[in-house]
Design a binder for this molecule. Sequence first.
Ligand code: F6R
Length: 243
Amino acid sequence: MEIVICRDAVEAGKLGAATIAELVRNKPDAVLGLATGSSPLAIYDELARLYDAGEVSFAKAKGFSLDEYVGLAADHPETYHNVIRRDFVHRVDFEDGNVRGPDGLAEDIPAFCAEYEAAMAAAGGVDLQILGIGTDGHIGFNEPGSSLASRTRIKTLTKQTRIDNARFFDGDLDRVPTHCITQGLGTIMSARHVVLVASGVGKAEAVHHVAEGAVSAMWPGTILQHHPHVTVLLDEGAASRLQ
Ligand code: F6R
């Protein structure tokens, strides 16, 4: 696991974006695993800047989102389908149809999840997975207690995660969905390169466990210790509990 402590989240975003841009230049049809939320925003901002400068193109690339809330209407601004388009996909030249995510309105969720896994495999697998991390150590929405070998499935969000994400729902906890579909820890581990980005002291305990804790389902991000190619980009706050 390579850990890089950056001056701030902007510098971390630039490093993450440079890694992704290099991948896509060398392999234009690369498959990216996409995270939503605040953590990757600096990466997406920098990739949009590089695209505007003519320095990178995603015209042939594919994307698979990590997760999605269950039950939000398709036109709800906080579905991860809509968020990833707003934050990244529509700011560059991705073909809209080349970016897929879990269907939070699927009638048969287990069948959808199997199909999603098959689609990732058919695309050749994920070349680079972008990850944030929850304050409780989740990656994707694999909450504490998740099977370390899990694949895409429905999960219940913890109260802590719903509190953390209430900021996207006008601070109203009751409006935050209770369930999600998420790639599993086994799915994430299948990516060839994982780039985890975290900023702020609120993430410091989770980052400490990922880098220095015992591998445990209670801190799901610790499974990354078994991955051969992980890059962790931190600001000083997120790195503040590292030994
Ligand atoms: C988002 C995701 C989550 C977030 C995590 C951190 O697709 O899978 O694991 O990365 O909840 O969220 P932020 O970045 O908003 O602090």
